[in-house]
Design a protein around this ligand. Structure first.
Ligand SMILES: Nc1ncnc2c1ncn2[C@@H]1O[C@H](COP(=O)(O)OP(=O)(O)OP(=O)(O)O)[C@@H](O)[C@H]1O
Length: 355
């Protein structure tokens, strides 16, 4: 099959109704989303939900049962057609860094540049070494680099041939938390500098938030919602997204107006019409940062567990109804287990699900 024409950057990738599976069983069901030029997308979900399977289908390693994947107006996969992986102009970075141990760092980065002139390849390698913060490392071998440095080389190797799209499957999960925290924003900057569109697979929502412009939240093979990190945290569209992203509790409530519900913590108002009829029985999503310790409040709860988080305490507090909710308090507010504290709710908008 003919290779795709070379464009500098991806204009858009569109997945429509994509189902993928193994041995006749469906693992990814009717996936649909779009990734635009220069965007970093993320597939976020629990282990086994089908993230890697979908990524492998985009790379061309799994065929589609239904639907299609288009890159810049050209179908690269549907149930009867599949452009070869090497002709898709897609780069990949995996958790297993897999640098070639017998090649120097410069040779590793230049690996995909065999069709380039020697001068252009040398120039590209020098530019990438600089970009990933490893200028001067060109003659070293992979074993002499730290895990984080090796992952930077793996990234440089993947983006060296200027693929249209970079796919990253849990690229940071082999690294310790501190290194990950440093590397994630660096890699985002590098991709933005190269104007490269990318799709990251992770089960770590903090990584997804730090890296991605757009997050698709998956469970059991289904994409529940695609949106900005802000949208999926503050405007979850399904109960799964609401409970998978961040800490969250559902308070039983009754609708008492277009922007109001009545709950165990009193009447709670949002700034938008929630669209539910008066007296409807609903569940209201409350996050730890929505419920604040407030000595002046008439609503109290008993602390049943607590965690010191440095900048704040995270408490689990049992309300008079028996419902237990999360609550943040400043780290100077060190209350004992069993102590009663006042609580008030501060929400901009109400996220409600029918009960
Ligand atoms: N080659 C395969 N043959 C058969 N089943 C497979 C194959 N690869 C994956 N699966 C199954 O497909 C399902 C989804 O796996 P997949 O690796 O896509 O999930 P994931 O969300 O990436 O999980 P993780 O985060 O643990 O890697 C799992 O039930 C897995 O056992």
């Amino acid at each position: 099959m003919a290779s795709l024409p070379l464009h500098k950057t991806l204009k858009e990738m569109t997945l429509t109704n994509v189902s993928v599976g193994y041995d006749g069983g469906v693992v990814v069901k009717n996936a649909a989303f779009q990734l635009l030029e220069g965007q970093i997308g993320c597939l976020l979900g629990p282990s086994g939900c089908g993230k890697s399977t979908l990524l492998r289908a985009i790379a061309g390693f799994e065929s589609l049962m239904t639907g299609e994947i288009m890159i810049d107006d050209q179908i690269i996969s549907n149930s009867s057609l599949s452009v070869n992986p090497e002709d898709r102009h897609i780069g990949m970075v995996f958790q297993d860094i897999a640098l070639f141990p017998h090649l120097t760092i410069a040779q590793n980065i230049a690996f995909g540049l065999s069709s380039w002139s020697k001068e252009s390849a040398q120039e590209r390698v020098a530019c990438l070494l600089e970009l990933v913060g490893l200028a001067g490392f060109q003659s070293r071998y992979p074993h002499s680099l730290s895990g984080g440095q090796q992952q930077r080389v793996a990234l440089a190797r993947a983006i060296a041939p200027k693929p249209k799209l970079l796919l990253m499957d849990e690229p940071f999960s082999g690294l310790d938390a501190k290194l990950r925290e440093e590397l994630v924003p660096d890699i985002r900057d590098i991709l933005q500098h190269e104007k490269m569109s990318a799709l990251l697979v992770t089960h770590d929502q903090m990584e997804a938030f730090a890296m991605a412009d757009q997050v698709s939240v998956m469970d059991a093979g289904v994409i529940h919602q695609t949106g900005s990190p802000y949208q999926i945290y503050h405007r979850p569209e399904t109960r799964f997204v609401a409970s998978f992203i961040g800490h969250g509790d559902f308070l039983s409530a009754t609708v008492c107006g277009p922007d109001c519900v009545h709950s165990d913590l009193g009447n709670i108002r949002g700034d938008l019409d929630h669209g539910f009829a008066d007296n409807a029985l609903v569940d209201l999503l409350v996050r730890p940062d929505d419920i604040l310790h407030d000595d002046d409040s008439a609503f109290v709860g008993v602390i049943v567990s607590k965690w010191f988080r440095g900048s704040h305490f995270l408490y689990r507090v049992k309300l008079s109804s028996g419902k237990v909710v999360y609550c943040f308090a400043s780290s100077h507010h060190n209350h004992a287990l069993g102590q009663k504290i006042g609580l008030s709710v501060h929400l901009d908008h109400l996220v409600l699900f029918p009960r």
